[in-house]
Design a protein around this ligand. Structure first.
Ligand SMILES: [Zn+2]
Length: 410
């Protein structure tokens, strides 16, 4: 039963603290046992029953809850640096997609990659993420678009759960794009997803969520509704890639289908914002995609003003967001989305946990929750986001076990 003490500042945003505010405890201590938090508070108030426990010195560092990246496309074959160059020369995302690039080029590379190759590449990404203070990662399939490859991706996620420490939350995204072999038979692909793929994924418990890319270049609202309802019928909770490139009514669909989150929302309408607020659907901001595509960001202030819970994630993928740097996305949350540092911390902890329906076990440092936390070498949270110097995450803990220590360089 260790006691982490000599914490410079413990920063948290539990549900009882109003949005836009942080709970800040100076000279704090944190106690956990068997992976769960038992107590937190000022060191001087440490209960006597913990006095004889093993002490761990935080060296006056900042302690925050483990960061949750609630939207990634972690497993994929190849990269798409050429498209980065094409966009720099003025071609749009949709133009590149229509000319055979985009998602479908990654589908080709992913179909030929072996499961071992994909696993080893994912392990590299996760090692980079834990050094940035990330402790939970939502991972979508969607670069297979056929049964063997979608299953290969989901099996990689199942193996990752067992062979490395970060928490992995798999999502089935067979409705990422219509694959080349179904280009003249869209309805055939939707039918394949609804009648074959979704029941098979659910039967093997390979994913907890079903996601659909609702966009001009991917799936219409009515196709998406059919897919999400089929997922729900099999116990896969709905999530939606909504209103990224155009206002396709994806946010309203997310609300109608009871989705746990609507993600992107760069072009969300006022009506869509009201729908999310009514149904308490978490809006997931993905500012790295806006940065890379040179497009406008989600109107986070309008969503927050309407009472929508805003989360924030990387959207890590080889096309529109080839960086898994969640702290950078958090900094962009302040500079591009106009969110305060307090709103940003909540967006990558408690709200991100709600987006993946894990708010009862992670997302804040409260007794009973997992002891997932990060030690940061910065005087306070705002200072960290403002400067974002390299390697400021000193230590990362998952379930009370240290899984990254910068001083050991492992
Ligand atoms: Zn995405």
């Amino acid at each position: 039963m260790p006691v982490l003490e000599n914490i410079g500042n413990l920063i948290d945003c539990p549900a009882e603290v109003p949005s836009g505010h942080l709970l800040k405890v100076e000279d704090a201590a944190l106690v956990w046992d068997n992976s769960r938090i038992l107590w937190k508070g000022p060191r001087r108030d440490l209960p006597a029953r913990f006095a004889q426990m093993q002490r761990v010195d935080a060296g006056r560092k900042l302690v925050i809850p483990g960061l949750i990246d609630c939207h990634t496309h972690l497993a994929f074959g190849g990269w798409r640096a050429k498209e980065f160059e094409m966009r720099a020369l003025g071609r749009s995302y949709l133009e590149i997609a229509r000319s055979g690039g985009g998602i479908l080029s990654t589908v080709q590379a992913t179909r030929v990659a072996t499961e071992e190759e994909l696993l080893s590449k994912c392990l590299g990404h996760l090692r980079a993420m834990v050094r940035l203070g990330v402790t939970t990662v939502e991972c979508k399939s969607g670069y297979g678009l056929d049964k063997p490859t979608e299953f290969k991706l989901l099996r990689v996620y199942r193996r990752l759960k067992k062979c490395q420490p970060l928490k992995i939350v798999p999502t089935f995204l067979g409705a990422h794009a219509v694959p080349l072999e179904y280009q003249s038979d869209r309805q055939g692909y939707v039918q394949f997803l609804v009648e074959e793929m979704i029941p098979a994924v659910a039967a093997e418990a390979l994913a907890g969520f079903c996601d659909v890319f609702v966009e001009e270049s991917s799936f219409t609202r009515s196709e998406a509704r059919r897919i999400l309802e089929a997922g729900s019928a099999c116990g896969l909770r709905p999530r939606v890639h909504a209103d990224q490139l155009t206002d396709g009514g994806g946010a309203a669909l997310a609300a109608e289908t009871g989705a746990s989150s609507a993600d992107h929302l760069e072009f969300i309408s006022q009506e869509g914002i009201r729908a999310l607020a009514r149904k308490d659907v978490v809006a997931v901001a993905l500012p790295l995609a806006s940065l890379y595509l040179g497009s406008k960001p989600m109107p986070a202030r309008k969503l927050i003003a309407a009472g929508v819970k805003v989360a924030l994630a990387t959207d890590f993928n080889p096309g529109s967001a080839p960086s898994c740097h969640l702290p950078l996305a958090m900094s962009l949350g302040c500079t591009m989305l106009g969110m305060s540092p307090a709103e940003v911390l909540r967006a990558v902890t408690l709200h991100a946990a709600q987006a993946i329906e894990m708010q009862d076990s992670i997302g804040s440092l409260e007794p009973g929750k997992e002891a997932d936390f990060v030690l940061i070498d910065a005087p306070d949270f705002t200072h960290w986001l403002y400067r974002l110097p390299p390697s400021t995450v000193a230590e990362t803990y998952l379930g009370g076990v240290k899984v990254w220590d910068s001083s050991e360089g492992n």
